[in-house]
Design a protein around this ligand. Sequence first.
Ligand code: ADP
Length: 397
Amino acid sequence: MTTGKQDNHERHQHSLPSADSTFEVSLKRFRNDSLVRTLLESLAEGVVIIDRSRTIVLANAQAEKMFGYESNELIGKPHVVLVPEHFRTRHQEHEAGYFNEPKIRPMGLNLELSGARKDGTEFPVEISLSFIHSVDGLLVMAFISDISVRKRAEEGMKAANAELARSNKELDLFASVVSHDLQEPLKTITSYTELLALKYRERLDQQADIYMKFMLESTEHMKVMITDLLTYSRLGTRAKPFGPVLMGGVVDLALESLTQSLQEAGAEIEREELPEVAGDQMQLLQLIQNLIGNAIKFRKKETPVRIRISAQRQGNDWLFGVHDNGIGIAPRFSIEIFDVFRRLHTRQEYQGSGIGLAICRKVVERHGGRIWVESAPGEGSSFFFSLPAIGAYDGTR
Ligand code: ADP
C-alpha cells in the first residue's frame, strides 16, 4: 500500500474506512470495478469525488446530469466549477476545515447551499461528505441532492401559512370590530325593551307580557354572545408575547376565581405537581378557568364533583389533563364541541353560550399545542392539551 504518512495519521485518529489488503481502495477501482461503478450509478444522489488538490476525479451520471455536464466532462476540473461564484470564498474557508478533520458529516450545516450548473444557473442542494483513505491519498466523496422541488414546496407552505395567519388576523379584527360596534345598538334595544316592560307589563294583554319576556331574554342572550365573541376575537388581536408561566400559579388563580361555584358544588380538587411552560399567562388562565368551570357545570346531580389536574412531560411539550366525574360526552361530539357557539344542551338545562371550548382551542393552538377530549356519556370527561415546555420554546410564536 502506498498511503502517505499524513493520511495514515488521520486514519488512526478518526478511524475512517481505509484501504486494506482485502479491499484496496483506489481511484482505478472506483472507475473500473463494475460492482463499485454499478453501486455509484444506482444512487439517487449525485456523487462527486475530489482529491487533495481539489480536482474532480470521479462523478456519477446523476451528478453530471444535475450539473448539466456531458459524460466524463467533469473529470480533471477544479471542483469549484460546481460552486456558484458568490459562494466560492466562503466555501474555500469551510473546505480547509473539512480536509483537516475528515469525518462523515453534512456540509454547511444550517447554511443554504447552492450548486452551479454548467450554464451558470444555480439550484439548492444538500451535501453530505465522506472521506476515504485510498492508495491515491485522501479522497473526499460528496453526496449531492438537488432539493429544488422540496424547497419550492417549503416556500409554498410558508406562503400559505403566512396567508392563513394574515386572514385569521383579519377575521379576528373583523369579529372584534363588529362585536364591539354591535354593542351600542343592542344597548339601545335592551334599554327600550326594559322601559317598555316597566311601563306596560300587566297593562296590555297576557300575550304582550309573554312577548316582552322573550324580547328581554333574547337581548340578554345576544349580549352574552357578543361579549363572548369579543373575548374570542381578542385572543388574536390582543395577544401578549410568551414568557415563562408557572401552571401551578395559573391553577391557583383559576380556583380562586371559581371559589363560589366550587363551594356550591362541594368540589374536591386533586392536582399533580404542575410545571412551568412558555406562554401567555392571561390566556392560559382563561383556558384553565373554562375547563374547570365546565367540570363544575356539567356535573352529575347527586354525585360530589371530583376534578383532577395532571401533567406529564412528552418530548418538547407538557401534556396536561383536566379530568372530571361529570355527565360525560358522546364520542361523536368530541370534535364539534370545540367550535364557536356549539353546545349540546339548552340554556335552560345548563347556562352558557358555547364559546368556552372554542376559546380553549384557540389558546392552545396559539401555543402550538393540541386539545382534545376523551369521554363517554355518564363516565366523566378528560380534557387533554399540550403546551411547549420552557426549554423547548424557540421564541418564534
Ligand atoms: P358552554 O359551556 O357555554 O356550553 P363550551 O364551549 O364550554 O360551552 O362547551 C361546549 C359543550 O361541550 C357544552 O355545551 C357541553 O355539552 C360540552 N362539555 C364541555 N365541557 C364538558 C364537561 N366537562 N363535561 C361534559 N360536557 C362538557
